[in-house]
Design a protein around this ligand. Sequence first.
Ligand code: PMP
Length: 430
Amino acid sequence: MGRGDGGRSQVAPTGSSGTTSFDAAAVRRDFPNLDREVHGRPLIYLDSAATSQKPTAVIDAVTDMYRCHTSNVHRGVHALAEEATDRFEGARTKVARFVGADPRAVVFTKNATEAFNLLAHSWARRRLGPGDVLCYTQMEHHANLVPWQMAAADAGFELAAVPVTDGGRLDLDAFAEIVSGGRVKLLAVTAMSNVVGTINPVAEMADAVRRANPEAVVVVDGAQSVPHMPTDMADLGADFLCFSGHKMCGPSGVGVLAGRLDLLESMPPFLGGGEMILDVQLYGATYNEVPYRFEAGTPMIAEAVGLGAAVDYLSALGMDAVRAHEVALLEQVLPALGEMRGVTVHGPADPKARGAAVSFAIEGLHPHDIGTILDREGVAVRAGHHCAKPLVRSLGSAATTRASFYLYNTTDEIEPLCDAIRAAQAFFEV
Ligand code: PMP
């Protein structure tokens, strides 16, 4: 599907080399699914915050693993086993480099959610108890709320949530108040909201919590930020970073827990069995070194290799360029939606203060009705609570409509989105 000149960003973003020009029309050609039609209309995919489309390079990497290198990893002496292991461990190194982590401290999980559950089980449940506080925020995805709630119920520590202001930002005064007592031992915060797009001041928050308690551990939810902007764990002040492959052009079924090696080494396993041991006796076992201690059973081999290919793909474009392209899109999307009759856009108005997940409300229309009509027009958006019920409730509703953009979206897709919204308003006569 050709979309004219709108593929080229209005800005001339520079990649890490300082020379990359971002051509979204060319990028689109790397994503075969974007060629398809839906209900007889060209697909306009605005649901990348839920999961991204996959480039041919990733699809080929996964296919190649099954077609040419199928074997289990780590435990074979034959050629295929070595090939599979090399590719699997190579992916770990690529992922580590992508976020500034030590490859020995990169654990492959099923998804971001499992990474949080691992931390809740192997760190929070053991290190926190009565009198301790775990601080999270009202902006969190359920994956960064519920595992901590389950651990708190078992271990007896307290939970404190930083509220969200009307502008869709964290209330940093309330945060300062929570940390001032020095009882916060774990801060869990998202780098970028999956609902309102807000980019949070994670590094400053990490500093503040450590000033009050030098032992405090900082867990960052990178599920939305890692796919969309350059990430460096040290810059974020993160002890742990959790994210998912499927939102960053990679396969589903693989996620990442990147951490501080010393902390991971001090933690017991999450799941038992397979290669997570050094030795097993009939009545006991000694555990393997990190990261294998946390990878029980046969891992997601082809998926991890596919994630490595996704990292290669994004790195070749340059994450600075990806981010600049999305800011350029937001500079047009936010006013285009904001100026529409009856439409309220949630979250920060400044494109530089937010990511490309854009939630909005339309007066008189339910998000599910909007989503259904938009789908008939070929526009794929998501309607619902986006697994962030406490945040969505603070917006005064049980649900929002969310259009979320990524590197393959173009400015040519903005007007069709607005047209589809007008069609929904006309259909329901609001
Ligand atoms: N955190 C955020 C901010 C998310 O957007 C998501 C996915 N919607 C998750 C965590 C959980 O990711 P997954 O479902 O891949 O585990």
